[in-house]
Write a protein of this length. Structure first.
Length: 599
């Protein structure tokens, strides 16, 4: 099985080939495509791993991730692994549940006995308004979407009991002006089945998520025989070619595909349609797809894993999607049928360098590009055994390794790690073994990787606590405890390489204002030779305080631990600061221990 990599996105789900097209997309096909009815009953055994982030790209911890019959919980980095699960060969998918967010879904085409990597950003359930169930009404989102409920049209979900209280509407309009973010947040992989049950790849003209809840938080739905109305703005780039009417599709959480149901009509720069239930809705046109598979090897015919792949349209290189090969050098996924594409291979040796390019044109059949030999460096493999403080194999952890300025996070499976990539000129690497389940890690170590086998030997993930926290109070008030893991962003600690260290925490509630942040000078030395240069907190009237204005004495920070990258920075400070705007005096107390970023 391929090991987990920190910077991987799903393999070849070419949603961007449709939606990233800012110059228009010609949906006419040169060859008629026979319809395909997907076989969702065929199953394979595979593994799924990846990362779950929030709408700001920050890790989401303690989220429930389900694939088939197996479930797990994300760690402090939003990382998860589900091994050896039986999923649909055509449309495997995961479901992510986290309170305060719409459920997340990612669909993929897996490979038998191999591992699929996915990355998904959850979106918050933002309340957009309240409607009386008895009289009905309308709510609008800040970005132009509209939800209309008729009178007496709501029931408690899971039954037919009428609901007559207030209907609280949460909604999210997916922003297609930022295609990179849109593709990370939208559910599924943009494949769906039309009214004839034929598989299609969707070009979206407006996607929205809606959830209705009652006064007691109970989930609500539209009553049988009733319809709600949704209106979504058409992305600016798509207005010119937007059809007069388009099919509506909802996301089917039972099979991971969109399903056609209803029609939306164009009215100026919006589409409006009626729906009989609420979930995720997309106004989209559908075009046929085929599946692509290939394997990438170097000049010595060695399969190379973790190689960056990009597939673009030949007529517009700005339209494309990217992926990484797995440890067998393989990639697989859905691409547009009857389209001229280019397959590109890149290395990540201190930058992104194109080393192979091949034009190909899809037809009405699946595509196997066979074995592609690219001008890659020699195969580099990294193996090792990781044990805990009792010398027992670690079963819940990973090894973090930085190679050529790229940080990879490789999970430990039954006490072992296996990783492969291509060699670079500079292979000086740092790494640290982490036993997440035991809240321990080892010390950061260094190695110069060489072509061929690199055995790290037996690593003991022990001796350094992985528990990070920031405790602080203002004016002797309630102590605020920010710990890992919890419902906050991973606390960030970074050294600028010269004199200053920055530490910041941000809530996962979508508020971009830091919960608390501070910076101090004095480099990496231990002791009290450090001075706070910044202190921000929502606890101040204006959010920021001065740490140095006379008559205030410098705010001294006492550092008791300053580990190497991957280690921890710990210390404390106490003293008076001054609100930056109203100049009021405040007493602050802070104790912290935070993992240092990078390696």
């Amino acid at each position: 099985m391929r090991k987990t990599l920190r910077y991987i996105i799903p393999a070849l789900l070419c949603i961007c080939l449709l939606n990233a097209c800012k110059k228009g997309f010609n949906e006419q096909q040169s060859v008629p495509i026979p319809p395909e009815t997907p076989d969702l009953s065929a199953q394979i055994t595979q593994s799924v791993t990846g990362f779950v982030n929030n709408e700001n790209g920050s890790p989401v911890s303690n989220a429930s991730v389900t694939a088939g019959s197996k479930s797990t919980i994300t760690d402090q980095d939003g990382h998860f692994v589900i091994n050896n699960v039986t999923l649909s060969k055509t449309a495997g998918f995961i479901r992510i549940i986290k309170p305060g967010y719409f459920d997340g879904y990612r669909t993929f085409v897996g490979i038998q006995n191999e591992e699929t990597f996915v990355s998904i950003h959850l979106v918050p359930k933002t309340g957009v308004g309240t409607i009386s169930a008895a009289s009905g009404g309308t709510v609008n989102t800040a970005d132009g979407a509209i939800v209309v409920l008729p009178s007496n049209a709501v029931v408690i979900a899971g039954g037919n009991a009428a609901y007559l209280g207030n209907v609280h509407v949460a909604a999210h309009l997916y922003d297609q002006d930022d295609i990179a973010e849109w593709s990370k947040k939208m559910p599924g992989d943009q494949r769906g089945t039309d009214s004839a049950a034929h598989l299609r790849l969707l070009k979206s003209y407006g996607m929205i998520a809606v959830e209705l809840t009652g006064d007691a938080g109970e989930l609500l739905q539209i009553a049988a025989g009733k319809e709600a109305t949704i209106t979504t703005p058409i992305p600016i780039a798509f207005v010119a070619d937007a059809p007069a009417s388009i099919p509506l599709w909802y996301f089917d959480a039972t099979n991971g595909l969109w399903k056609q149901e209803g029609t939306a009509t164009k009215n100026g720069n919006t589409y409006t349609g009626n729906v009989q239930h609420f979930s995720f809705w997309d106004g989209a046109t559908g075009v046929p797809v085929v599946n692509l598979t290939t394997q990438v090897v170097n000049n010595a015919l060695q399969a190379i894993g973790n190689i960056f792949i990009c597939i673009r349209r030949q007529d517009d290189p700005n339209i494309g999607t990217s992926s990484f090969t797995n440890n067998q050098g393989s990639v697989s996924g859905a691409v547009l049928a009857n389209t001229a594409l280019v397959f590109q291979v890149y290395t990540l040796c201190g930058g992104t360098s194109l080393v192979y390019s091949q034009n190909f044109t899809t037809t009405n059949s699946d595509v196997d590009l066979g074995t592609i030999t690219a001008n890659l460096g020699d195969l580099v493999t990294v193996t090792g055994v990781v044990v805990d403080c009792n010398n027992a194999p670690v079963t819940d952890g990973w090894v973090i390794m930085q190679i050529a300025n790229v940080t990879w996070q490789m999970p430990i499976v039954n006490g072992n790690i296996v990783f492969s990539t291509t060699s670079c000129t500079n292979m000086n690497s740092n790494y640290v073994a982490v036993n997440w389940g035991g809240s321990q890690q080892g010390l950061t170590q260094s190695i110069t990787l060489v072509p061929g086998a690199n055995d790290l030997g037996t690593l003991q993930a022990c001796g350094v606590s992985t528990v990070g926290f920031v405790d602080y109070s203002i004016d002797n008030g309630l102590m605020v405890h920010v710990a890992q893991p919890r419902d906050t962003q991973k606390i960030i600690a970074a050294w600028n390489g010269q004199d200053e260290t920055n530490i910041i925490t941000i809530d996962r509630d979508g508020n971009p204002v830091p919960n608390m942040a501070f910076a101090f000078s004095g480099g990496t030395a231990l002791g009290n030779g450090h001075t706070a240069t910044l202190f921000d907190s929502r606890g101040f009237p204006t959010g920021r305080a001065n740490t140095y204005n006379p008559p205030y004495t410098p705010l001294i920070v006492d550092i008791t631990e300053y580990g190497a990258s991957g280690g921890f920075i710990a210390g404390s400070f106490t003293g008076h600061v001054q609100d930056q705007n109203d100049l009021t005096d405040h007493l602050v107390n802070c104790t912290f221990r935070v993992r240092r970023s990078g390696l």
